[in-house]
Design a protein around this ligand. Structure first.
Ligand SMILES: CC(C)(COP(=O)(O)OP(=O)(O)OC[C@H]1O[C@@H](n2cnc3c(N)ncnc32)[C@H](O)[C@@H]1OP(=O)(O)O)[C@@H](O)C(=O)NCCC(=O)NCCS
Length: 158
C-alpha cells in the first residue's frame, strides 16, 4: 500500500468532509474544517493518502504542552491496515517536537475499536463526561497519555 501522510490543505476539505460523514453520527460541518485550516493557530491537521486518494484524516489542537486529538477517521474500505495508527503516530511525534508532553481525547463509551487503538498507544482512562454526545446522550470517556517527551514511537511502528 502506497501510503503518504501529509498536512491537510483547504483543497482537501470536500474529501475530508465526505470521510467524516462516513465515519461519525455527528459529523463536523464543512466550515469547522475550514476554520481549523485557516483561523485556528492551535490546529494541526493531516491526511493519509493511498494512490492520491484521501483515506484518513486527523485534527489536533496543540494547547501549550497538551496535544488534544479532536478527530481521527479512516475510510471504511481502508480500516485495519494501520492507517489511523500511522496518522496518530505522525501527529504525536510532530506535536512532541513542538513541546507537547501529554495528549488528551474524548471517545464514545461504545467505541471499543478506537479505545483499543488508544490503549495500545498507552492512553489511560482518566474521566468521563456524562451525556456528552447529543445524538444518543452517550457518555464520553476521557483518555490521557503522559510522558510524550519520552515516547517510544519506534515500538508502535513495528
Ligand atoms: C477508530 C478508527 C480511526 C481506526 O482506524 P484504522 O485505520 O482502522 O485503525 P488501525 O488499522 O491503525 O488500527 C490500530 C489499532 O486499533 C485497534 N482497532 C482498530 N479497529 C479495531 C476494531 N474494529 N476492533 C478492535 N480493535 C480495533 C487495534 O488495536 C488496531 O491494531 P491491530 O490492527 O494491530 O490489531 C476507525 O475505525 C474509524 O475511522 N472509526 C470511525 C471514526 C472513529 O470512531 N474515530 C475515533 C473517534 S474517537
Amino acid at each position: 500500500m502506497n501510503l503518504v501522510i501529509r498536512k491537510m490543505t483547504i483543497e482537501d476539505v470536500p474529501a475530508v468532509v465526505a470521510l467524516d460523514q462516513m465515519s461519525f453520527s455527528l459529523p463536523w460541518p464543512e466550515r469547522s474544517f475550514r476554520f481549523e485550516l485557516t483561523d485556528n493557530p492551535a490546529s494541526r491537521c493531516w491526511v493519509a493518502e493511498v494512490d492520491g486518494r484521501i483515506v484518513g484524516m486527523i485534527v489536533n489542537w496543540l494547547l501549550v504542552d497538551e496535544a488534544h486529538v479532536a478527530t481521527i477517521a479512516t475510510h471504511p474500505d481502508f480500516r485495519r491496515r494501520g492507517i489511523a495508527r500511522k496518522l496518530l503516530t505522525h501527529a504525536l511525534r510532530y506535536m512532541r517536537d513542538e513541546g507537547a508532553v501529554s495528549s488528551f481525547l474524548e471517545v464514545r463509551e461504545s467505541n471499543t475499536a478506537a479505545q483499543e487503538m488508544y490503549r495500545k498507544f498507552g492512553y489511560e482512562v482518566t474521566g468521563r463526561r456524562k451525556g456528552y454526545y447529543k445524538d444518543n446522550n452517550e457518555d464520553a470517556i476521557l483518555m490521557t497519555l503522559n510522558g510524550l517527551e519520552n515516547f517510544k514511537f519506534e515500538e508502535l511502528e513495528g
